[in-house]
Design a protein around this ligand. Structure first.
Ligand code: AGP
Length: 608
């Protein structure tokens, strides 16, 4: 939920830190700060608000000299977003500065202990206890003091620490929050996410929980939790910095919506060879699949809605019971999971705390874990038995778009793969379904090309504060994601409702002019959905229908129509979601919202 960076080398540290923070701002942006070592002192600059405020405060880093430092962009957990609560936090003796991503769960007990010992706290944050703990344990050995202080912590933390007695060293510590080291030439880095490193180096070292690193200009030393030096592999970052830039679009979100044809293509291509599906290293033969009596999909937010959409295809084709469980619920549900369960974990960031916790709970109960994630080397990827990467490239906008559609296309591929292994589909059906999948990238582009009038639609409806999305079966799943997109970037209250369920209460909320988005792609249920449209129209609703091109019936009933190209109904959601993304984007734009950094949100929810 926050982003941290660290640098040590021959460049002025402050501009490097600020540049890295600007790439991490999507992780949290209610305050920011840097601390740079200079002539035996810590130069500190921190301020409420976005990185731009920090840039202005430090004159783009010019007035914070020095060659080693740390930086932080915050999504507040403990303590309101204020200058004082912004990171970095300083020890009482001014010797240490620290930045933190995560939550120190036992901070109150530690704060009481430190207060009793005379330490004075300036902030309301949990993080500040760590600065004072290190000071308390410091007897001249920076590493020993860090290790001792960290041994007292409970919770999740990625820490960056500097000490005035070690002018070239920045310390990095990882426990349940992502932290990646960047190995340069005569300079070294760390950051919460590779997007902050890739402008300077493509050589990444992924720290595991419990590990920490002593980072100096001439080298990086990594230690395990016991303080033993360990050797870590250097991974090569496979994409360039422009992939993490806006590329001429007004917002990252619009760029990433438009990137979906390519992202889905890149996700499909390595998985089809000679007309057959190959799911990377994931292999399950028919005996193994027959040993599975249920599939549980777990995730949070949009990823859970991708699971809802993919569930229909898996159940329809494989005839195995599939449930989609919110990770924040599953982890506490004493779930009926065992060695006969296949757990599919969906996550764009691969760092969502609730999803990690649910996954660990299910692993302990014997489930086999297949994860579908976008960030290479992320925690969820590393804890899974098998991982399928969505080759979407970096997703910067807080609201996921290509993350969702690439997760969904992998679920469809998995469904066909599993149905084939289970002998549920013959070779003709296998080939037909695969042929439909291969058309999706082009159909996504055609969906974009068919929907240039969505901005006008948004202009017609953007003043409304309540919008309902209704659909049945696969359409209902797409409604969930459409409603969330609208909510999280335009702050319009939106609800997804099973169309058949509306009359059991919620229809009481429909009044004259209420916008209702009705998805009518599941044509087997078209008549039923049509009657729901009539029901809401009878109460004054304005209906925006989403249908396959050529559906003329719907024109008679809806006030506005959005068309998408025809595809296999089981796969319709991967196309249906695109106009819903565009609708949310343009409504938010009309409402003047901060589309890439919506209020109260962060890209990666690494706290519970
Ligand atoms: C999606 O637009 C939201 N930003 C949010 O619901 C997100 O999908 C959820 O937090 C899960 O994130 P993950 O995919 O990185 O695990």
């Amino acid at each position: 939920m926050c982003g941290i960076v660290g640098y040590t080398g021959t460049q002025a540290a402050a501009p490097v830190l600020l540049s890295g923070l600007s790439k991490l701002e999507y992780r949290g942006y209610d305050s920011a700060g840097i601390a740079v070592l200079n002539e035996g002192k810590i130069g500190l600059a921190k301020v409420k608000g976005k990185i731009a405020n920090l840039m202005e405060l430090t004159d783009s880093g010019k007035n914070v000299p020095g060659f080693a430092g740390i930086g932080h962009t915050r999504w507040a957990t403990h303590g309101a977003p204020t200058d004082v609560n912004a990171h970095p936090h300083i020890s009482s003796d001014g010797r240490f500065a620290i930045v933190h991503n995560g939550i120190i769960e036992n901070f109150a007990v530690l704060r009481d202990e430190l207060t009793a010992k005379g330490y004075e706290f300036l902030s309301d944050t949990d993080t500040e206890v760590v600065a004072h703990l290190i000071e308390m344990y410091y007897t001249g050995n920076f590493k020993a003091a860090v290790m001792k202080a960290v041994s007292r912590l409970e919770g999740s933390y990625a820490l960056g620490i500097v000490c005035t007695d070690e002018p070239e060293t920045v310390f990095a510590v990882r426990e349940k929050s992502p932290l990646i080291l960047g190995a340069g030439i005569g300079e070294n880095f760390f950051a919460s996410d590779v997007t902050a490193l890739v402008a300077y180096t493509k050589n990444a070292i992924y720290l595991e929980d419990g590990e920490f690193a002593e980072v100096k200009p001439d080298g990086i030393t990594v230690y395990d939790a016991a303080g033993r030096e360990i050797t870590k592999p250097i991974s090569r970052i496979t994409w360039d910095i422009e992939a993490a830039e806006k590329g001429g679009y007004d917002h990252f979100m619009l760029k990433e919506i438009m990137e979906q044809p390519r992202a889905v293509q890149a996700t499909i291509d390595p998985r089809i060879k000679n007309g057959r599906i190959h799911l990377d290293d994931f292999e399950m033969d028919s005996a193994e699949f027959k040993n599975i009596n249920k599939i549980v999909i777990t995730a949070c937010g949009s990823a859970s809605y991708a699971g809802q959409a993919g569930r229909y295809a898996i159940e329809k084709l494989c005839r195995i019971p599939v449930t989609v469980e919110l990770a924040s619920e599953l982890r506490y549900a004493d779930p009926l999971i065992d060695e006969h369960t296949l757990l599919i974990v969906l996550s764009q960031s691969g760092e969502t705390a609730d999803t990690i916790a649910a996954m660990k709970e299910c692993k302990e109960r014997g489930a086999r874990v297949l994860s579908i994630v976008n960030v290479v080397g992320s925690t969820i990827a590393r804890l899974s038995d098998d991982t399928l990467y969505t080759w979407a490239g970096p997703e910067i906008a807080v609201a996921t778009t290509k993350g969702y559609t690439t997760q969904l296309i992998l679920l469809y591929l998995f469904a066909i793969y599993a149905a084939d292994k289970l002998g549920r589909i013959d070779s003709a059906e296998y080939d037909r379904l695969l042929s439909e999948i291969r058309k999706i990238p082009n159909l996504l582009q055609r969906t974009i090309d068919m929907n240039h009038d969505v901005p006008a639609l948004a202009k017609k409806y953007y003043t409304h504060n309540d919008v309902y999305f209704i659909g049945r079966n696969t359409d209902y799943a797409a409604c969930m994601e459409g409603a969330l997109k609208l909510k999280e970037i335009s702050y319009v209250h939106a609800e997804a409702y099973a169309a058949g369920e509306l009359k059991h209460g919620t229809i009481a909320l429909i009044e004259t002019g209420t916008p209702v988005v009705a998805l009518c792609l599941n044509e087997a249920l078209a008549e039923k959905t049509m009657s729901n449209i009539i029901e809401v129209k009878a109460r004054g609703a304005e209906v925006i229908a989403l249908a396959f091109k050529g559906n003329t019936e719907i024109i008679k009933k809806a006030d506005d129509i959005v068309y998408i190209p025809r595809t296999e109904p089981l796969f319709a959601d991967v196309l249906a979601v695109l106009p819903l993304q565009l609708f949310a984007y343009y409504v938010a734009k009309e409402r003047g919202c901060d589309i890439d950094k919506p209020k109260n949100l962060a890209k990666s929810v690494t706290v519970e």
